[in-house]
Design a protein around this ligand. Sequence first.
Ligand code: ATP
Ligand code: BTN
Length: 246
Amino acid sequence: RIGMLEVHWDIDSTSSELARRIPVLDDLAFVMAEAQSAGRGRRGRTWLSPPGMNLYLSVLKRFDGGFASLSGLSLAVGVMLLRALADLGIRTPGLKWPNDVLAGNAKLAGVLVELSGEYSGPCAAVIGVGLNIRLPDSLHERAGQPITDLASILGGDPPSRNRIASAVIAALADGLLAFERHGFAAFAEEYAANDLLRGESLRIIDPRGEYDAMGEGVDERGALRVRRANGDRVTVDSAEVSVRRT
Ligand code: ATP
Ligand code: BTN
């Protein structure tokens, strides 16, 4: 079912590479790289991507139902990553809405979903996954937030990168087909079981204003539900908003 798997030594960004080739690629085309010179996160932020020890992987998945059918996709991909890690015997990480895999308080992996095509017709998602396997020490200072890797979580040698990559690719290939058929509903229960923000005191950083709130899970589209200090219940969409635990 996998359309293609291409491995590059060094590339600007595996997601950019797929985006450039959307018109000519088959569905479920995967691109991996040893290193990225312009790895990116959400809203133009940098994903530190040194050579040799981490996973930088993107996949192209087409959908018929348009962007509207894809709400919750980045959360579902987080669940897929947890499934892949569980297959490798690693069960400690959890999910921080909307796109992070954390272990303890530190970022282990990130998911970047970028859509192109039609709002209510055929469209394509380029889904990028960065998973830290063994980070050089110097990266911790540069990240601007606590980050971690599988070697630290396991306190010893992680599985080989090939095993990790194949577990992640298998989980994405299966999971994206399930998402295509059933949407976020197929992932909601597992998301809730791994939701690190539920019941937590949060700071919601919205360009229209910041506020404190309590996490109350996610709705059926994967939007974050929170209760503000004044008792108001609000649903937060991911596009413009960042969330911090306080
Ligand atoms: P948001 O909640 O808005 O998504 P975020 O801080 O998680 O906020 P992202 O754009 O999702 O921001 O991710 C990019 C951030 O991830 C960078 O600004 C940096 O702090 C952190 N980061 C960069 N490289 C790595 C890495 N290899 N591993 C873990 N974290 C990294
Ligand atoms: C985030 O937390 O903001 C998401 C980070 C996603 C990083 C991956 S690494 C592979 C792919 N290529 C990129 O440039 N970004 C994603």
